[in-house]
Design a protein around this ligand. Structure first.
Ligand SMILES: [Cu+2]
Length: 229
């Protein structure tokens, strides 16, 4: 069994890497979410192990536990034990979630993301309102506020390695603060089922060095290379 667990673990680990892996973060919000995932996994594993120990004791020693009253089993096994594991996890999740929200009063460069079946259009108000299609350009090392909306049905804007997703709702504008640690090419996609081609509603994210961002954005829009079909 131990060998099977090890083989299973090795088989799963490659899934922790890749352009759409939330467990391979490349920004502070993504790192916070990845840490939360690992904390949740450890908490769930601890709870599972405790239940399995009790289960094994009951199977191997049928009389074991009869000295404890049913009321105590319910209180300690059904309330105290889950509370000891779940309450710290909930507290950690709430604190981590608060840390992902944009801080009021701290302005960040603004980029608008508009979803429609099945294309993402990005607009850069701080750079003359130029637009790119299915390719998001952003600078590295600093927060950027993405203002997200939709022209038809509900979509969701998601760059797995940077942050959690946020809904793109027709008639509403939602805001997501993201930050990329390093220049490079990343992957984003719609994360709300929005029709037949939902799975193909992907976009590229090109992160530039801050000093190169304006020039690279201008070059990309002038050449049309940002219009990924
Ligand atoms: Cu979609």
């Amino acid at each position: 069994m131990c060998v099977a667990v090890q083989v299973g673990t090795l088989a799963v680990l490659p899934g922790c890497k890749g352009p759409r892996s939330t467990l391979d973060p490349s920004g502070p919000a993504g790192a916070s979410i990845a840490t939360l995932w690992w904390v949740m996994l450890v908490g769930a594993a601890v709870l599972f192990a405790l239940v399995m120990v009790l289960f094994a004791l009951v199977i191997r020693r049928p009389g074991w536990g009869s000295s404890v009253s049913p009321g105590r089993w319910i209180v300690f096994g059904g309330l105290v034990l889950p509370a000891l594991v779940l309450l710290p996890l909930v507290a950690y999740a709430l604190i981590a979630g608060e840390g992902l929200l944009p801080i009021p009063g701290h302005a960040a460069p603004r980029i608008e993301a508009v979803g429609r079946q099945w294309v993402w259009t990005f607009r850069y108000p701080d750079h003359g309102g130029v637009e790119t299609r299915n390719v998001l350009h952003m600078p590295a090392g600093a927060p950027v506020d993405i203002f997200v909306t939709s022209q038809d049905v509900i979509h969701a804007f998601w760059i797995p390695r940077f942050a959690g997703k946020i809904d793109a709702v027709p008639g509403h504008v939602t805001r997501l603060r993201i930050q990329a640690d390093q220049p490079g090419r990343y992957a984003g996609q719609c994360n709300e089922f929005c029709g037949l081609d939902h799975a193909r509603m992907r976009f590229d994210v090109i992160v530039h060095r801050p000093e190169d961002f304006s020039a690279e954005l201008a070059r990309a829009t002038a050449s049309g290379e940002s219009d990924r079909k």
